[in-house]
Design a protein around this ligand. Structure first.
Ligand code: SF4
Length: 357
């Protein structure tokens, strides 16, 4: 059984976790497919889909997809496209590949095909591989030694006979580009490293190692190594660096257990004593509302504020922050009528109240 599981192919996007914890490959391979909703992942997918339509020049589809995003995502996309245009130089005769397959089997036996968000290739010369990241991108390795993007770069180099590949990790939400130029020698070193990671993970009884990478692991809620680390953390310790590392794994494990319970309840199952409760979506300014509009509305409500008060350095303050300045009287609510939208409601996990007789 363990032998069969380790032979399952590894996704390039799992290389970082598998490199830090070789045993996680077999442990994750037997997990049933988890279809629980993940709002952050869904948002990331929607941002990728919008960028894909923009790259392909599918104007109508791109407008539709961009319009469906939150404001911060829209601004992140504009920033990313501008930054890429300034930072990445692409020859006029280069081919553009959007969401193209990267045949990572060319890098190491046992790796699945990956999908590059965007690439440019001048065959027999050089190429660029661009990978978009959304959210905070915590624990993503730098472009110069990122295994996932290196796998794409090596696959590109081998497929098109390239002498160099520029790897770009574009952090859409953080508004940051991380760029590394990999020449032939660097690509070969990356390929050796990737093969070693895949080989180690496909050994029977490869070791489990906890660490910050556990936050990406689908097996976290049930992993024996993580549970052992939680038990050690609960055992009590002075706030040493090692104890803080264990506490971090314990925090991530607790989140994974809550996520698993959330998924079970969403799928119609039960978790005795717990329920999902709908929470109203977050308030945000409707499209087109400016700091001047907000200041005018506050004045109409008899609570004058200046435009400078409602205009933060990067963006207008949120409706919740305005509440803190001028309160939430009926006059304020009436003055702001039509200026505030709500994001979709969410379901949060909470203790079911006990029935009292
Ligand atoms: S939770 Fe952490 S230790 Fe356990 S399999 Fe996943 S990565 Fe490895």
């Amino acid at each position: 059984m363990a032998d069969d599981l380790v032979m399952v192919e590894i996704r390039p996007s799992a290389l970082a976790r598998v490199s830090a914890c070789p045993g996680s490959h077999a442990l994750c391979a037997w997990l049933p497919r988890d279809d629980a909703p993940r709002p952050a992942a869904d948002r990331g997918t929607a941002i990728h889909a919008a960028l894909q339509a923009l790259s392909l020049g599918q104007h109508e589809l791109a407008c539709e997809r961009v319009a469906a995003l939150d404001e911060s995502a829209r601004e992140g996309i504009v920033w990313t496209l501008r930054a890429l245009a300034e930072a990445v130089s692409i020859d006029g005769d280069a081919m553009m590949l959007v969401e193209a397959e990267a045949d990572c089997g060319l890098v190491a036996d046992g790796l699945t095909t990956g999908h590059m968000d965007l690439a440019f290739v001048a065959p027999w010369r050089d190429g660029v591989a661009i990978d978009y990241k959304t959210g905070q991108g915590a624990h993503v390795a730098p472009a110069r030694n990122n295994l996932q993007t290196a796998a794409y770069a090596v696959a590109l180099a081998r497929r098109y006979d390239l002498a160099a590949v520029q790897v770009v990790i574009a952090y859409v939400d953080r508004r940051r580009l991380d760029i590394a130029d990999l020449d032939l020698a660097a690509l070969e070193r990356a390929a050796d490293r990737i093969r070693a990671v895949v080989d180690a993970a496909r050994q029977p009884w490869a070791p489990l190692r906890t660490g910050p990478h556990c936050c990406w692991c689908p097996a976290l809620a049930t992993c024996p190594a993580a549970i052992g680390t939680v038990a050690d953390a609960i055992g009590g310790a002075a706030p040493t660096p090692a104890a803080l590392d264990r506490a971090e794994v314990a925090r991530q494990w607790a989140g994974a257990v809550q996520q698993a319970a959330h998924g079970m309840l969403m799928a119609g199952g039960t978790v005795p004593g717990w329920r999902l409760r709908e929470r109203a979506g977050r308030r945000r300014w409707a499209a087109g509302v400016t700091p001047g509009d907000v200041a005018d509305a506050a004045r109409r409500a008899g609570k004058p504020v200046s435009v400078a008060d409602v205009e933060a350095p990067a963006a207008p303050i949120s409706p919740a922050q305005l509440d803190q300045i001028i309160g939430r009287s009926r006059a304020v609510r009436e003055a702001l009528d039509g200026m505030v939208d709500r994001s979709a409601p969410s379901l949060t996990l909470e203790r079911a109240k006990e029935q009292t007789t």
